[in-house]
Design a protein around this ligand. Structure first.
Ligand code: FAD
Length: 274
């Protein structure tokens, strides 16, 4: 079974700052990491490979530095990596990103049929969750989103059974293969990479393709030109105020809590509440 995982290198959003003048992410303010959801997707692909046999290929679109994210995937246990990198891809929104990745997947598929595609639930920087389903739509395969468990794969009959997270609980779905899964973090724990994987990753050089390496590409659908999205404004969310600290002995704390509750009730009543 050939499993393809789409992975994105992202700035660590726990650290990144927003440039208040340009309203854009100050990418230099944070280190680049493998999108955490994609790490879980690679871990799951490697687990499936161990259980059902086959091979895991990872695919990324990004600047040359994105090679580091691919090496991280090799460390987790992926077999091969492809980076598509070209100035023509720059400035891509999710529509243009899914088109470029779709074209690369078509090329990979020419050499070896793909049974399953995995993507993260979302990327922690762009956060749209659109790229995975966008790729599935272009390939005309079922997109199965928010997957928390892969129950079984029946390669012979080309069927997969997965658990999909819902707001409350989860549902069990059976789908035909090939299909595309978007992966939630709950699906697995990422294990420590064994030393041989680390050595293999350090030595590994992924294939790097430019636009010229892809077949029958409509350049108007790539990069900034192929991106209808306009970012109107970007701003950090307002800082949440900390809660009120109640101090003193138990009796005085109860008094303080009661007075807050009564005050809130009064305000609520003034606003027409009952
Ligand atoms: C006008 C505009 C210009 C932009 N210019 C740039 C730019 O120059 N450089 C830049 O880095 N971003 C740019 N972006 C952001 C870029 O469009 C998104 O980061 C990208 O399309 C992915 O969307 P997302 O982050 O919401 O991913 P999501 O849809 O949330 O990601 C879901 C999953 O899709 C897969 N995926 C997403 N992106 C990639 C990728 N690149 N390679 C492989 N797999 C992927 C991963 O599995 C990921 O977990 C731009 C956005 C806009 C609107």
């Amino acid at each position: 079974m050939h499993i393809l995982v789409c992975v994105k290198q992202v700035p660590d959003t726990k650290i990144i700052k927003i440039n208040p003048k340009t309203n854009t992410l100050d990418r230099a303010s944070a280190p680049a990491i493998l999108n955490p959801y994609d790490a879980h997707a690679v871990e799951e692909a490697v687990r499936l490979k161990k259980e059902y046999g086959g091979k895991v290929t990872v695919l990324s679109m990004g600047p040359p530095q994105a090679v580091t994210a691919i090496k991280k995937c090799i460390e987790i246990g992926a077999d091969e990596g492809v980076l598509i990198s070209d100035r023509a891809f720059a400035g891509a929104d999710t529509l243009a990103t899914s088109y470029a990745l779709y074209k690369a997947i078509q090329k990979i598929e020419k050499a070896e049929t793909i049974s399953l595609i995995l993507a993260g639930k979302h990327a922690i920087d762009g956060d749209t969750g659109q790229v995975g389903p966008g790729i599935a739509r272009r390939l005309e395969i079922p997109p199965l989103t928010n997957i928390i468990k892969v129950d079984s794969v029946d390669s012979e009959n080309r069927k997969i059974t997965v658990h999909r997270k819902l707001e409350i609980g989860h549902e069990v779905i059976q789908s035909s293969m090939p299909c595309l899964l978007t992966i939630e973090k709950e699906i697995n724990d990422i294990s420590y990479s064994p030393l041989p994987n680390m050595i293999a990753a350090a030595r590994y050089e992924p294939m790097v393709w430019t636009v010229a390496d892809l077949d029958e590409v409509d350049k108007a659908q790539l990069g900034m030109k192929g991106s209808p999205t306009i970012v109107g404004k970007m701003f950090p969310p307002p800082k949440e105020e900390g809660g009120k600290k109640i101090e003193g002995d138990a009796k005085s704390q109860v008094k303080q809590v009661l007075s807050i509750v009564l005050e809130k009730r009064e305000l609520f009543a003034q606003k027409g509440g009952k």
